[in-house]
Design a protein around this ligand. Structure first.
Ligand code: ZN
Length: 406
């Protein structure tokens, strides 16, 4: 593997003539590995595909915007999740499952109550349980690094599976207790919701609210419990199978339209890789192992760099100007745009956002945010407000002048 000439040239070209691409991550995402790579592999042997072996994320041909959006969401959860829109067979689910090999480690509480050191440091020791207060007092850690996980929402999930409900096991023993739902398990993890447009609206709202707030409360009769749910939400949908309400579109930080590949060579390359994966998944995984490890390390470094990444004030103004000119009402637009640009700069190994960073992420952050209904609603309301003001201040004449001006 180390003798691979292709790989040698890959690291050589990374050095001088790519001033903006100081990191390998963005380049790896855009890389179109030549077909020779697959053809060189040992002849395929027919055997069943093992679920545990995943199609490598980086071996997905093309679909750069989808791969970029998913990686930016891992680097900066403040972007607010990703919605993938596209027909079946465009690799949406394959890409999301491929993220498993790129997930960064997170600091997870060791306490059954989920106590965290930040709570004790900012609010005082009463904000953590007695056990954790003692440990912190003695300088012992109450968190430990753990792998981020990918949790998939089952298609038939019920509301109580998602948010939690009465613990039936405890109820048999005569105790009343609340059982954690899937959202609590998704804390500091990635939650993948396939076919989000077919989801029961009540469940969709519960997930979107929890993802936005980072926590949620479940109430069952006299019982109530609040759980952390700082999750990275990734959803996919096939527009052929039903539209998504416009207000749900807006609740995702980035929206990616996943199209089939147009280049015949790319399509052939997909066929070759899928064929190899079906016959010998390990061969394909092995081919991409070093790039995958490099990308995972770069994502981890980008996450550590992110808190130091700043946006010059004039670029913030520029970004707000775009949103104003596009007539986007929702303030989620600037959050997604600016946070995605910070993640992009971090992915490129820099600490100051440039205009190019904003331009690279703007289509994903700004598309499908406008609502014809809201625009018409606001125009109608402004007209009515003018009439009300004209009447209550008795200024019919002055309103004529304003109408001319406006
Ligand atoms: Zn505790």
């Amino acid at each position: 593997m180390g003798e691979d000439p292709e790989r040698a040239s890959l690291s050589a070209e990374a050095m001088p003539e790519t001033p903006r691409r100081t990191s390998m991550l963005l380049r790896l995402l855009e890389e179109q590995s030549p077909a020779a790579r697959v053809l060189r592999a040992r002849p395929p042997v027919d055997r069943p595909v093992e679920e545990a072996v995943r199609f490598p994320f980086l071996a997905i041909v093309g679909q750069t915007e989808m791969k970029l959006a998913l990686v930016l969401a891992l680097i900066n959860p403040a972007i607010g999740g990703v919605l993938l829109m596209g027909a079946r067979g465009t690799g949406k689910t394959t890409a999301v499952r491929g993220l498993l090999d790129l997930l960064p480690p997170v600091e997870r509480s060791l306490c059954p109550y989920g106590c965290e050191p930040e709570a004790a440091y900012t609010l005082g020791f009463h904000a953590v349980c007695k056990d954790c207060a003692r440990k912190l007092g003695q300088g012992e850690p109450i968190t430990a690094p753990d792998r981020m996980r990918l949790i998939e929402l089952p298609l038939n999930a019920r509301l109580e599976d998602v948010i939690g409900g009465i613990d039936e096991q405890a109820a048999v023993e005569g105790k009343v207790r609340i059982r954690r739902g899937l959202l609590a398990q998704a804390d500091q993890n990635v939650l993948y919701v396939d076919e989000v447009n077919l989801l029961d609206p009540e469940i969709a709202n519960a997930i979107l609210d929890a993802a936005a707030l980072g926590r949620y409360t479940v109430r069952r009769g006299p019982l109530a419990a609040t759980y952390r749910a700082r999750l990275i939400l990734i959803a996919s949908m096939n527009p052929e199978e039903g539209a998504l309400r416009p207000q749900i579109h807006d609740r995702f930080g980035l929206r990616v339209v996943v199209r089939g590949l147009s280049d015949p060579q790319d399509r052939l390359e997909v066929y070759r890789r899928v064929r190899l994966f079906r016959s010998n998944p390990y061969a394909l995984v092995a081919q991409w192992a070093s790039e995958t490890a490099a990308a995972a390390a770069e994502i981890m470094e980008a996450r550590q760099r992110l808190p130091r990444v700043t946006i010059p004030p004039e670029l913030e103004q520029e970004a707000i100007g775009w949103i104003h000119r596009l007539g986007i009402e929702s303030s989620r637009a600037e959050v997604a745009l600016l946070e995605a640009a910070r993640a992009y700069a971090a992915a490129d190994g820099r600490e100051v956002v440039t205009l190019e960073d904003l331009q690279a992420v703007a289509p994903m952050a700004l598309r499908q945010r406008r609502s014809a209904f809201i625009a018409a609603f606001i125009a109608q309301q402004e007209k009515e407000d003018r009439e009300i003001l004209d009447i209550i201040y008795n200024r019919h004449r002055r309103s004529n002048r304003r109408r001319k001006a406006g």
